[in-house]
Structures are given as structure tokens and as C-alpha cells.
Design a protein. Structure first.
Length: 153
């Protein structure tokens, strides 16, 4: 089973979309194994957005991501990274497919409700960045018998 990170961004918090976003992943059949609300400290923002630090818009990203707490979620499932990316939709929300979180719930590029890990390698690093090992929960999801066949797990 793969694990991946989802951050519900400040716009998702402010617009009251936490339940809707969470429901989309639950409905898909993914397993929530970690969740917490947190304020992003400078060090976390700098590490998480290290690939953007030299961009002229980084200060705006940093300000936005620190404008309210975010909700960090760790989701688990078969091919969880790609499944979450499909549910989330493309970054430029006004061009995202209808039915995706971004396609249905947002119009912006930065204000696009959620962040989701873009690869299995990134997901591993991001889950470790936002969650301590003891904040990730192992449990049997009884509905898996209705989500996957035995040969998929």
C-alpha cells in the first residue's frame, strides 16, 4: 500500500471545504491514516517549497500558506499517489476536469484548495515532513473487501 500527503490549503479552510475534500478521498476508497491541523512554520514552508524559493512569486506562496492553519492528511491505498492526483485534478484549477476537487471547487492557481504529492518519492518525503511516525495509524479497513480484490492488495 502507498501513502501520500494532502494539505488542505488556507482557501479550503476559509471556505469550509474540509469535509467535502475529505469525503472525496473516503468515497474513492482511500484510507485516512493521519490527520492534523497545523500552522506552517518558516522552516517547513522553506523545505516544502524549496523548488520555488528562487521564484519571484515565492513570497506570495509563503504568505498564503501561512495565512491560516492548514490540515495535513495522510492517505493510504493501492496506487494512492496517482489516485489522489486524479481526485485532486490539475494545478490550474479553472482548467481542471469537472468531478475533480479543483475542477469543482476552485478557479485559481495558488488558491486551488489542496496540495497533493506528485510522485511516490515526493510522497514519502512529504509524509515524513508533516507527520511523526506515531501520528500515522495502522488499522484494518473492513470495507477493503469491497474496494479491492485479493490480487490487487
Amino acid at each position: 500500500m502507498e501513502r501520500t500527503l494532502v494539505l488542505i490549503k488556507p482557501d479550503g479552510i476559509q471556505r469550509g471545504l474540509v469535509g467535502e475534500v475529505t469525503k472525496r478521498f473516503e468515497t474513492k476508497g482511500l484510507k485516512l491514516v493521519g490527520m492534523k491541523m497545523m500552522t506552517l512554520e518558516d522552516a517547513v514552508v522553506l523545505e516544502h517549497y524549496a523548488h520555488l524559493v528562487d521564484k519571484p512569486f515565492f513570497a506570495g506562496v509563503k504568505k498564503f500558506m501561512q495565512s491560516t492553519p492548514v490540515i495535513a492528511q495522510c492517505w493510504e491505498g493501492v496506487d494512492a499517489v496517482s489516485a489522489v492526483r486524479i481526485v485532486v485534478g490539475i494545478t490550474k484549477a479553472r482548467e481542471a476536469d469537472c468531478g475533480s476537487i479543483r475542477g469543482d471547487l476552485s478557479m485559481g492557481f495558488q488558491c486551488n484548495v489542496v496540495h497533493a504529492s506528485d510522485s511516490t518519492d515526493t510522497a514519502k518525503r512529504e509524509v515524513e515532513r508533516f507527520f511523526k511516525p506515531e501520528e500515522i495509524y495502522e488499522y484494518d479497513k473492513t470495507e477493503y473487501m469491497h474496494v479491492y480484490t485479493d490480487d490487487e492488495m
